[in-house]
Design a protein around this ligand. Structure first.
Ligand code: MIG
Length: 788
């Protein structure tokens, strides 16, 4: 149907002319167009439109959706026919299809219309879009790494992976495309109901959350399938659970990846790398990873080593490994056009490079000069590239840093649109492959790690990404700038990535472009210490950016937060296990847990680190106090143990050496001793108890292999009921992993002074520290019940 007023040359769905049931849903005919609505699982509906009515294949082509989701048999749905609409029901979820014109809306338990079509799907030639009504007061989040605020309401965005070095905090698009959003829709009765929309389209796409048209939310793309997924709530956590069921979750990272990473463009030669590591040790600073940027290569030829700068990489890797330090090497996609260079010759022989439509090879200019580009949309090219990854693993490289994979090409930004890609055999142009190029490079590297080092968990970090990237890699937020707006931006980007399926992200600490002031570096190290990826990095030609580069005061602050980070590892690692089970991110906006408290929706300068810690980083120069909103419940200042009752806005002191951290009452916070690196054997563990009621989890495994998938883990659920005078702590354990922890110290905070505890019936004497109102006691490594 043409729009009646003919102002827009776009077409939309007209009246329903036929409908028939299919597995898990139904198909409709409306004029020439065909529409398929199908449930993939409870609370997950796919809407797929083919404007000119071509028959549907079993599933749309997708790099983002897990193949298992398509292989599963669709759940049984109920279909009801009414006079003017159809109703598709699955559990508590309904899709209502109006007959004339065909318009969809969704309903959950509250009965509030969600994602209701205004114009619905529209198209013109290749261009497609979907227009929906924006409910009054509806809020939007998501799209991964975007600049500006966390909340997307009232703005429009574009997705076209772009290398925007030194981006400003208004630029769009940047490096990643995650065409997924999460909406919070006000309900008639109480509060909000959440749902998500995933528009699985890899062409250049756009989203408008009531920016240009305040009553609508719309999204569209230059071409490709008109297909989207509705992901039900009712809570935002439910939406994330469903979105990550569909697009995958981050399998547990190697534990070392959660340590501190030191990087710069570039540490070389080898002697500089050794001296760097020695400096960390001499200064008593923990370190797990050194990143090698492009200068380790011979003339920027990927998968080579400069023979003078790094004559014996294997030996270097071994030596560092003995000190508990691992090497991560950068890898770019571009392969130097240079006959005689192994990758060049073998790549040509194997026909793995992208070409122009007439068959000529495409070459673009990047660091090495003229380069060919592997076609990562071709499984053969991914396998081929992976062999070199295997060689680097052999040489002792522990992880891979995928850069320039937007792909970035000097001069024009990226490859021309007409370059041809295999796209798993279906063929297509760069317009379709562009936004997945980085994802598939990361996938090639990840799959190679699985193949060539099958007993180890891969570590891959990527700059460009598409939805589903969390299955293969962690990410960093590209070439930021050493200024205060970028510190704040780093936080909102990490939060947004977490709300878009990627739990493992970080920013270049201190800023990539330019030089941070000592104060800025100190505050950034504090934010970094609670970032999933904790890495300092800086550009070529900038002054030293190491934890000791900003004077003694800042070095002491860096030491304090590096140490804190390593103490926090048992908790942080547990957060990753929670992500794997539930899809929850590691860093969370407050409203993810305090959904019923509308005041939390506007808080973008604080975060929940996992389920029990609230962190309020200082993001402004000169600030020595921090206003913090504490949601309902009791909160303990991590440093002073001072107790607050929420909901409350409090003003806390935040001198330069203080990152305000609050522990929720009722928490059992597991802390490790201060470590020098994550390989250091760790036989002691502290359990910090904060009065209140709650359950907390401690997850342990070997931290490096896949044995946890077959039961070699230990998951302990603690149930705490404590006041300042009484205590009951129960522990229930599952899993077959034998934890190396031999000594357990319990530390009961805000305690008034009972000094004896009963541990599984035996009386244990504790040490009461009156000044700090704490009771500490040694416990056996395994216990079931501790009480007063
Ligand atoms: O054109 O490898 O974002 O982290 O240091 C610059 C050199 C290429 C961009 C990355 C940055 C890295 C730099 N790279």
């Amino acid at each position: 149907m043409l729009f009646q007023n003919h102002l827009l040359p776009m077409e939309s769905l007209g009246a329903l002319t036929a409908s028939w049931p299919i597995d898990g849903g139904l198909e409709l005919q409306a004029g020439r167009a065909r529409l398929r609505i199908q449930a993939l699982a409870d609370g997950i509906f796919r809407v797929w439109v083919r404007p000119s009515g071509q028959p549907f294949p079993a599933h749309p082509f997708s790099y983002a959706v897990r193949p298992e989701c398509f292989a599963a048999i669709p759940p049984a749905v109920m279909l009801h026919r009414r006079d003017d609409h159809l109703i598709l029901t699955l559990g508590t979820w309904r899709v209502l299809v109006q007959h004339d014109p065909v318009r969809l809306r969704f309903e959950g338990p509250s009965g509030t219309p969600l994602a209701a079509d205004s114009f619905g799907p529209v198209w013109e030639a290749d261009r497609i879009a979907v227009w929906k009504r924006r409910a009054k007061g509806e809020r939007f989040f998501g799209l991964g790494e975007k600049t500006g605020q966390l909340e997307r309401t009232g703005r429009a965005y574009e997705n076209w992976n772009t290398d925007d070095s030194g981006y400003n905090t208004r630029d769009d698009p940047l490096y990643k495309t995650i065409p997924f959003y999460l909406a919070l829709c006000p309900t008639a009765g109480r509060g909000f109901e959440a749902y998500g929309i995933f528009f699985d389209n890899t062409f250049r796409s756009w989203f408008d959350f009531g920016g240009r048209a305040p009553e609508h939310v719309s999204f569209g793309a230059d071409s490709g399938e008109l297909v989207y997924y509705f992901l039900a709530g009712p809570t935002p956590a439910d939406v994330l659970n469903r979105y990550t069921w569909l697009t995958g979750r981050f399998a547990l990272p190697p534990r070392w990846a959660l340590g501190y990473h030191q990087s710069r463009w570039s540490y070389y030669p080898e002697a500089v790398v050794r001296a760097l590591v020695a400096e960390f040790q001499a200064r008593g600073l923990p370190l797990d990873v050194v990143h090698l940027d492009i200068h380790y290569m011979e003339g920027y030829r990927i998968f080579t080593w400069d023979p003078e700068r790094f004559p014996d990489p294997k030996r270097l890797a071994e030596d560092l490994r003995r000190e508990g330090v691992r090497l991560v090497t950068i890898v770019d996609p571009g392969i130097k056009v240079d006959p005689g260079y192994r990758l060049h010759d073998e790549g040509l022989a194997k026909d793995v490079f992208v070409r122009y439509p007439d068959g000529q090879l495409y070459a673009g200019e990047v660091w090495p000069g003229r380069c060919y580009f592997p076609d990562f949309t071709d499984p053969k090219a991914r396998d081929w590239f992976g062999r070199y990854v295997g060689e680097f693993l052999q040489a002792g490289v522990a992880g891979f840093w995928c850069d320039m994979n937007e792909p970035s090409v000097f001069g024009g930004g990226t490859m021309p649109d007409l370059v041809v890609h295999r796209l798993e055999g279906q063929g297509g142009t760069h317009r379709e492959a562009h936004n997945v190029y980085g994802l598939l490079m990361a996938r090639a590297v990840w799959e190679a790690c699985r193949r060539y080092a099958p007993d180890q968990r891969p570590f891959v970090i990527t700059r460009a990404a598409y939805a589903g990237v969390q299955r293969y890699a962690c990410v960093w937020t590209g070439d930021n700038v050493a200024d205060w707006p970028h510190l704040r931006q780093a936080l909102t980007m990490m939060l947004s990535l977490g709300l878009s399926g990627e739990p493992f992200s970080g920013s270049d600490i201190g800023g990539f472009i330019g030089t941070p002031t000592p104060e800025l570096y100190a505050r950034w190290i504090q934010l970094g210490a609670c970032s999933p990826l904790f890495r300092t990095h800086t550009a070529h030609g900038t002054p030293a950016q190491e934890p000791w580069s900003f004077g003694e005061e800042v070095e002491a602050i860096a030491r304090k937060y590096l140490t804190w980070r390593y103490r926090l590892l048992p908790y942080l690692y547990t957060c990753f296990e929670e992500h794997l089970r539930t899809g929850l991110p590691v860093l969370r906006p407050l409203w993810l847990h305090y959904f019923d408290d509308p005041r939390t929706y506007e808080i973008e300068d604080a975060l929940l680190l996992g389920p029990n810690l609230l962190v309020a980083p200082v993001l402004e120069p000169g600030a020595r106090f921090r206003r913090v909103y504490l949601p309902a419940g009791r909160w303990y200042d991590f440093w002073s143990d001072r107790c607050y009752e929420g909901p409350a806005e409090v003003l806390v002191e935040a001198p330069l050496d203080v990152l305000p951290i609050f522990v929720q009452g009722g928490t059992v916070l597991p802390l490790a001793p201060a470590l020098r690196h994550t390989d250091e054997p760790c036989e002691t563990l502290e359990l910090h108890l904060y009065p209140g009621q709650g359950s907390s989890v401690l997850y342990e495994d070997d931290g490096n292999s896949w044995a946890y998938e077959t039961g070699a883990f230990r998951r302990t659920v603690f149930t705490l009921e404590a006041s300042s005078t009484t205590l009951s702590l129960k522990a229930k354990t599952e899993g077959a992993y034998r934890s190396p922890v031999k000594y357990l110290t319990l530390c009961w905070h805000d305690c008034e002074g009972p000094t004896k505890l009963k541990v599984d019936g035996c009386v244990v004497d504790g040490r009461y520290e009156a000044a700090r109102r704490r009771l500490c006691a040694e416990l056996p490594a395994h216990f079931a019940h501790v009480c007063t």
